[in-house]
Design a protein around this ligand. Structure first.
Ligand SMILES: [Zn+2]
Length: 216
């Protein structure tokens, strides 16, 4: 199984965090990705960070191709400019999309204090469960960071699947699902390398491309 992860599409509607721009892709590239993976039952899609582009651009591309995806929502960003509103999260749900937790404040889930762990892993999930009116059972690790203690706690709390940003393929039923995040410098070629499950392909292609760009 290849899990692809989107962050933002098109133009951000809020101020980005440092380094975040590299995870925003164009609307054209998004459409190419969904066209490419439509009908492939070995590819699963997810969206992190609950950007408004999830619903403004992402949903239409999915519906058009009969695809579904999981949306990992940042609880404290609900209803903020540039991010999904609670109503929009329900709209995604009503289109058959899964809603998971991406925590409360988009902070790394490594070396969290007990209080921070409670806020990120329990309170955020509770907020989201109230929004969608159903239990929230999956989580995506903010900034892809985790440690053994966090994973143990997520297991204790009954999360059924946890999604990393480690660039590897996954067994379909594994508790820990690894994902390939699409980036602004991805191309048709790097997309196909990802879909072949080549973990380092994109980085190498990206670096080579960067070098070529400088020479031009
Ligand atoms: Zn994130």
């Amino acid at each position: 199984m290849i899990n692809l992860c989107f962050h933002g599409i098109g133009r951000p509607g809020r101020e980005l965090e440092p380094g975040e721009a590299g995870y925003w892709i164009t609307e054209d590239f998004y459409r190419l990705v969904v066209e490419t993976v439509a009908g492939r039952d070995d590819v699963r899609l997810s969206f992190d960070d609950s950007n408004a582009s999830d619903i403004e651009i992402g949903l239409d591309g999915l519906v058009r191709h009969g695809l579904t995806a999981s949306f990992f929502v940042i609880a404290a960003r609900l209803d903020r400019p540039g991010s999904l509103s609670a109503e929009q999260v329900r709209e995604l749900r009503d289109h058959g999309m899964a809603v998971g937790s991406h925590g409360m404040d988009h902070v790394p889930w490594r070396a969290l204090s007990d209080a921070a762990q409670q806020r990120e892993l329990e309170q955020a999930r509770q907020v989201l469960a109230e929004v969608v009116g159903a239990p929230v059972t999956e989580a995506a690790l903010p900034l892809g960071q985790y440690d053994r203690r966090t994973l143990t706690r997520l297991q204790q709390l009954g999360y059924t699947h946890v999604h990393t940003s480690d660039r590897r393929s996954s067994k379909p039923s594994a508790w820990l699902q690894h994902r390939f995040s699409l980036r602004s410098d991805d191309t048709v070629d790097s997309l196909h390398a990802i879909l072949r499950g080549e973990p380092l392909a994109r980085r190498l292609v990206g670096r080579l491309k960067g070098g070529v760009k400088q020479l031009r």
